[in-house]
Design a protein around this ligand. Sequence first.
Ligand SMILES: [Mg+2]
Length: 373
Amino acid sequence: MNAENIEKIETQIIDLPLKRIHKFSATTINTKSFLIVRIYTNNGIMGIGEATTPGGPWWAGEAVETIKVMIDTYLAPALIGENALQTKKLLLILSGIAAGNPFAKAALEMALLDIKGKALDVPVYELFGGLLRESMPVKWPLAQGDPAADIAEAEVMMSARLAQEFKVKMGYMNPDDDVKYITQILEGLDGRAPLCGDLNASWNEINTQKYLPVLIGEGLDMLEQPVAAWNKQAMARIRQTSTIPILADEAVCTPQDVNEINTCAAADMLSLKFAKSGGLYATQHLAQLADAYGISCFAGTFLESSIGTSAFMHLAATQGNIDGGSELIGPIWLADDIVQKPVTYKDNHVWVKHEAGLGVSLDEDKIIHYQRK
Ligand SMILES: [Mg+2]
């Protein structure tokens, strides 16, 4: 195989508008920041990568600004002159240079896999064993904090056949108000679509044990990450008494997390996100480990653009036990995209791209328009 030697790595922050505000337990956002990575080889191939967090550093400690410094100062210089096709070797180099920083490493790996796919003229999914599915169901997040607006949004998504299942972001109100809010949304949906609640680790065990039976009685069909990421024992006790599935998100970033969740039976399903685990290969490792334990996985998101969304589809579509659906909604949740042909959404599914590499090309005019000044 020919070498694709890395000549240059560039990073750039852009800020994209949202269609509407989005509330998380810890913050409310109306724009989304991205770090765009471009890796150039001596043969003229450019690989594209992307890092984005849910809005600043609250989720993972990393933010686009810290990711840019980490890549520019430490990670990129170590890759210059290396063969971009030696993915695993380059990942070892990165892990030797910096502990942690999974979002930064994932962005670089994404660009390296884009190069490899383009060099071999195959979609990235071929590097992970080939497709098991062409598309995945979409679960849409309701996050405006206004039941009437959230229900209206759900109606639009259902009638446009973009999504027929929903999750609601919780944890920024007190638990009594959260329960009232979710009850109103469930009444609006009137049993026509399943609703999951995502607490983003914001409740304690006592509140979860007190309020979860009420939410189940109202019709909630799944609960995502009620308590702190480290508190798998509490998740296990909550799961023991819950009659609906418990989905782990913040609690599952590493192989050791998967082992611990399995050992203490802390979750029914795992939400995998390539950025929190350091990339697609690391996420494939988690999926395969979960598969060995018979645990299903869900394709979670940090609300990436079409770049990161396409990247995760290339992996998720190749893993048999990522069979719990997806929330890969970034491209239709953002008010604009930065690629020429965005990811396709139809029939309540998100679809994999078939062009070589990630299958995305940057829209340079939009990159200039949205670049941070
Ligand atoms: Mg979550």
